[in-house]
Design a protein around this ligand. Sequence first.
Ligand SMILES: [Zn+2]
Length: 150
Amino acid sequence: MVRRMARTVMLLGALLLAASCATTPREARRPPDRAMTMTVTAYCPCGKCCGWRRNWLFRPVIRSGPRRGKPKAVGVTASGTKARPGTIAADTRLLPFGTVLHVPGYGYGRVEDTGGDIQGHRLDVFFKRHSTAEAWGVQRLPVRVWYAPR
Ligand SMILES: [Zn+2]
């Protein structure tokens, strides 16, 4: 019985190890280029998080600003990729597109998006569900940074 449990634990451990290896980006195999404390919020593709609403044709349009009323591609990031878990919005003057980040409690992600409020030492991490994004709240966290090779 004990032996069987030990085997189960080992199997689970191996599975966990495999899962974490699969999600660790190639860049993160070397030591991080830097670590910085950042204020991290979360978002999802919804209109509330991404500043869009539906027009009278029920099509998503940008809610405010100079491009107000223009069509909004929901779920597409500022860099043109599809938003998915691991997508992070940052200030690209500080952390350019392609930068790999490790955010405690979120895991590894890549800078692929931007946001109006995301300036300086601010990050927005992507979740599929609004409730998960909301539950994240606002957290000050030590973030590890790997710049993309040029
Ligand atoms: Zn949302």
